[in-house]
Design a protein around this ligand. Structure first.
Ligand SMILES: [Zn+2]
Length: 241
């Protein structure tokens, strides 16, 4: 059986039989892999605690026909452990990990998504910004990588130069007065500026933003995400918004 080694983020785990666990990992080079951690739910397990969501690990596996088997796992960054001590960071991380799982395919290299998810977890563990801002920045950029970049300035339909007042999820973002479909939202201009800053990674603007605009921006970001993903992201409901 072929053996491989890669670095990866544990996206989720679920129980398998009495003592095993299936561990879904987004690896740096191979993309998403599903592996079996044998005996990891036993207290004596050598690497059980390393195979928890949000941990960055160095992983060695045997390739199987349907599932691979973990033979070695070393912690590279214990982000999952650190984040689990802070409720707001933890709920944000769960939504990040679930979204990442939904936006990646098994055995399809996804380096950009990998860099994005590791960046978000590093930021949450380091308490660099409000966890909700980190989450929204992650969601907007993950959608952009998936090919669904929202527009917060120019008209998403005709490209007319913004800023525009109206915002329409289905159209892809800001819309000009001519294109504006009925039922468009009219968020505060500051909210659209905040979302544009989060998408661009402009943290000076994002950190200085008003809680009101953060809340409104989170609502638009969630709606945008739910529109593009068939089933909703369940963990988002746990994030206080
Ligand atoms: Zn237009």
């Amino acid at each position: 059986m072929p053996l491989y080694r890669d670095q990866g983020v544990v996206l989720r785990t679920h129980k398998l039989g009495e003592a095993d666990r299936i561990i879904t990992v987004l690896t740096r080079t191979l993309g998403k892999v599903r592996t079996v951690g044998k005996g990891v739910r036993r207290t004596k397990s050598r690497f059980g605690a390393r195979l928890e969501p949000g941990m960055l690990i160095d992983l060695q596996c045997y390739e199987g026909r349907t599932l691979d088997t973990v033979t070695q796992a070393e912690t590279v960054e214990p982000w999952g452990d650190v984040i689990a001590r802070d409720y707001d960071a933890w709920t944000a991380a769960n939504a990040v990990l679930e979204t990442c799982d939904r936006l990646t395919e098994e055995r399809e290299p996804a380096l950009q998504q990998y860099l994005l998810v590791t960046g978000a977890l590093r930021s949450l563990a380091g308490k660099e910004h409000d966890p909700r801002l980190v989450l929204d920045a992650y969601l907007l950029r993950a959608l952009a990588i998936a090919g669904w970049a929202p527009s917060f300035h120019d008209c998403a339909r005709c490209g007319a130069q913004g800023p525009h007042r109206a915002f329409h999820i289905v159209s892809g973002g800001a819309v000009c007065p001519v294109c504006r479909p009925p039922g468009s939202a009219a968020p505060a201009p500051e909210t659209l500026r905040l979302l544009a800053a989060l998408l661009a990674g402009d943290w000076a603007i994002a950190d200085a933003s008003d809680p009101r605009h953060r809340r409104e921006g989170s609502g638009l970001t969630s709606a945008f995400l739910q529109w593009h993903l068939e089933r909703g992201v369940r963990s988002l409901r746990m994030v206080e918004r």
